[in-house]
Design a protein around this ligand. Structure first.
Ligand SMILES: C[S@@+](CC[C@H](N)C(=O)[O-])C[C@H]1O[C@@H](n2cnc3c(N)ncnc32)[C@H](O)[C@@H]1O
Ligand SMILES: [Zn+2]
Length: 306
């Protein structure tokens, strides 16, 4: 694929100091009008600084470390295509929603940032972890920033679309995350979210037990992920198993491993029901909003128009 330049993006123009909200007066070094300085490494602004982070929280630090490790180590296993992006769309939406300036909030190794760019959007990926290193390496035609979506380093109302896939359920306060993302949407623009749903299946129960084991002893993470991958791979040999796990029907076993690792590694994981979804959207000053189950049964798609 040809490299996509993004001349209309104005990346540096919309960037703001996450500490005080001021514009940046210089990029080398990256320094805001109030004198707060940040590192730019490998072309990626690093706008997370635990030293000044008033909401500094050990869970956030552990989440960032877990995902940074995961994406840098196994990032290549998690390739996705347009049909995966479409799984995240509510009924009535098409991938034409990915136009203009878009933000992938909690982008991991940037697979959905890159897809948005391939669809013609001016895409920026933001992640709290150093997964942005992997993202910058894999998708050099996209812009990435290392930052916390709850203290985002962008001017309010800068984006036509802000989307966040599989992120909010890892936040200590998902409501705060939703509000912070919606702040970034321009009037008439859209917010799009995917979060895990609450389920009473055997798989979910097993997942919760394994997560507890890993929380107690981190060294169990890789061995449990390997055993789970092999078990699920076996389940997928059967038609019933493929119906239970439609997403993995045609996937490589390495993708399954990445997702098993992902399911166990993050310190916090919330599961939402319809009431929780309603609550997540209720605080937004949205022109319209809604939610629906994701078609593969893996949670909820939430959306709002400003
Ligand atoms: C399960 S991964 C999903 C990554 C990506 N959206 C995808 O679908 O490939 C969750 C990501 O959210 C990021 N994340 C968690 N808390 C965050 C926060 N407060 N701000 C920004 N990113 C965050 C993690 O570092 C991780 O890369
Ligand atoms: Zn500042």
């Amino acid at each position: 694929m040809a490299e996509l330049a993004a001349p209309g993006l104005d990346f540096w123009g919309i960037l703001r100091c996450p500490r005080c909200g001021a514009v940046f007066r210089s990029t080398q070094p990256l320094c805001c009008e109030q004198g707060h300085e940040y590192e730019v490494r490998d072309g990626i602004p690093r706008l997370v600084a635990p030293a000044w982070e008033s909401r500094h929280d050990p869970i956030i630090t552990a989440t960032s470390a877990a995902f940074g490790h995961q994406w840098n180590r196994f990032g290549e296993y998690g390739r996705v295509g347009i049909q995966d992006l479409e799984l995240h769309l509510p009924s009535g939406w098409t991938h034409r929603a990915f136009v203009g300036r878009v933000l992938d909030a909690g982008c991991g190794m940037g697979r959905y940032t890159a897809l948005a760019a391939q669809l013609g959007a001016l895409a920026i990926g933001m992640d709290i972890s150093n997964s942005v290193d992997k993202a910058g390496e894999l998708w050099p035609y996209c812009e990435f920033v290392q930052a916390d979506l709850v203290a985002p380093p962008f001017a309010p109302r800068s984006f036509d679309l802000v989307y966040s896939f599989g992120v909010l359920h890892h936040l200590p306060d998902p409501n705060r995350g939703v509000k912070a993302c919606f702040e970034l949407v321009r009037p008439g623009g859209r917010l799009l979210l995917w979060v895990y749903g609450r389920r009473r299946t055997l798989l979910r129960r097993v997942r919760i037990v394994m997560r507890r084991l890993v929380a107690r002893r981190r060294s169990l993470l890789a061995p449990i992920a390997v055993v789970t991958t092999i078990g699920l791979h076996f389940v997928l040999l059967f038609p019933r198993g493929r119906r239970m796990l439609p997403f993995y029907r045609d996937r490589d076993i390495r993708q399954l491993y990445l997702d098993c690792f992902d399911a166990l590694s993050a310190p916090t994981e919330a599961y939402f029901d319809a009431n929780d979804c309603r609550h997540l959207l209720s605080g937004l000053k949205a022109r319209a909003s809604g939610f629906e189950p994701r078609s593969d049964g893996s949670g909820w798609i939430l959306w709002a128009v400003k």
